[in-house]
Write a new protein. Structure first.
Length: 147
């Protein structure tokens, strides 16, 4: 089973970006951990990051044709603004789990609304990099249940 793991804008700066909020580990270190967990769970992941909304829309739109069974997605700040990503997820024909390192609902008011979560089967937030791993587990369980 192949899973696409996507991260949106500014997440390439993890490790340097507000470590008190997002932790000290880089996105590449987090990707390494996700790859290891995926193998242990009998899956394979491809991890990508983009600062561009349109590129994320294209990756989501192509995911099913590229053989991915589901998506784990941290949309970064696009979470709170992007109807284009919401529409892309609705059109993806494969399930998506939204993940966040921080708990956006415990932060500034503008972060309390997710535009993208309503197009997802679930959401994990507030557990640092473990949010990605928990999201991956939940998605794989859901996919196993739907076979
Ligand atoms: C984030 C939360 C968003 O509000 C923020 O814009 C990010 C990171 C997180 O993982 O906690 O870029 O998605």
């Amino acid at each position: 089973m192949r899973i696409l793991v996507l991260s949106g804008p500014n997440l390439h700066r993890l490790g340097k970006r507000q470590p008190e909020v997002y932790g000290h580990r880089t996105l590449e270190q987090i990707h390494e951990r996700i790859r290891g967990d995926a193998v242990a769970l009998g899956a394979a992941v491809e991890c990508r990051q983009s600062n561009h909304e349109g590129e994320l829309v294209e990756w989501i739109g192509a995911a099913q044709e590229q053989g991915f069974a589901g998506i784990v997605f941290n949309p970064g700040a696009y979470t709170h603004t992007s109807y284009a990503l919401y529409d892309a997820l609705l059109a993806a024909n494969i399930p998506c789990v939204e993940v966040h390192l921080s708990n956006p609902e415990a932060r500034e008011p503008f972060r309390r609304r997710s535009r993208t979560a309503p197009a997802c089967v679930g959401k994990v937030a507030g557990f640092g990099e473990d949010s990605y791993l928990l999201g991956l587990r939940g998605l794989l369980q859901r996919l196993a249940g739907s076979r």
